[in-house]
Ligand binder design. Structure first.
Ligand SMILES: [Zn+2]
Length: 253
């Protein structure tokens, strides 16, 4: 069993460093658990990325721009391990979300061991995310970068994963919370000058025919029912976020 704890895919998401510090206290065999700082250059430059979002650059290019070359290089390690845990933070009010690019039987077992509040199956950016290269890839998007509670939750949930595969024997209580699964199917474009209406919140259903953004008296109307996902993330310039559809649990299990 080889696990890759990947941090700083986005150079400005320093929470990963703190997570590593906490996880190292568990003294897990270095032949089992590897730590990888994905975008060192962006981190050192105090930037999210150098030329383009690394998490949209996979599988990468041998002779591409900086992040494309980096993605190409990192793919080898990512593909070689059994499990990749990718640590992020978010400025959106997304909160407590696990992101996966597929929900096959194996991935689902890990997700169930974590019992997160939200699981987002990212189809919208499917083949370009770092975890898309992994046998089993799980990204943590639990909240703001400098929030100590976010750090605590991520560390606790990594321990849940380690407990599930018998790497540690600290028994963690089963959670009572229900996991909500969303299929994240496409980007929602943000035309120039449009602002999101205040009532629009992540995970809160927008009905077909309902307005969700405006520019003066012009409104954008939902063409179908959808759940806003990753809305309010300030790092997106041309999109509001993503369109989510709820996955009924009877279709998953
Ligand atoms: Zn990130």
């Amino acid at each position: 069993m080889k696990i890759l704890l990947n941090i700083l895919t986005h150079g400005d998401e320093r929470i990963g460093l703190k997570v590593v510090r906490e996880i190292q206290k568990l003294n897990i065999d270095k032949k089992i658990l590897f730590v990888q700082v994905a975008n060192k250059k962006a981190f050192k430059s105090k930037k999210r990325f150098i030329e383009q979002d690394l998490n949209r650059s996979f599988p990468g290019k041998k002779n591409g721009n900086y992040e494309e070359r980096l993605a190409y290089k990192l793919s080898t390690t990512i593909k070689s391990v059994n499990l990749v845990l990718d640590i992020h933070s978010t400025r959106s009010e997304l909160k407590d979300a696990i992101i996966v690019t597929k929900l096959d039987g194996e991935t689902l077992k890990y997700v169930k061991a974590i019992q997160p509040k939200y699981v987002l199956v990212m189809n919208a950016t499917k083949n370009n995310a770092l975890i898309s290269q992994a046998k089993i890839g799980i990204a943590f998007e639990y909240g703001k970068d400098n929030d100590p509670n976010v750090l605590k939750k991520i560390v606790q949930d990594i321990k849940r994963v380690f407990y599930y595969i018998s790497l540690i024997n600290v028994k963690l209580h089963k959670r009572k919370q229900i996991t909500n699964y969303f299929n994240v199917i496409s980007e929602i474009k943000k035309p120039r000058g449009y602002k999101l209406l205040k009532k629009i919140k992540n995970y809160k259903l927008v009905y077909k025919g309902e307005a969700f953004a405006c520019r003066g008296d012009n409104y954008l109307i939902a063409e179908e029912d959808f759940y806003p996902i990753l809305f309010g993330e300030k790092n997106y310039k041309n999109i509001f976020g993503f369109m989510g559809k709820k996955l009924e649990s009877r279709k998953i299990f």
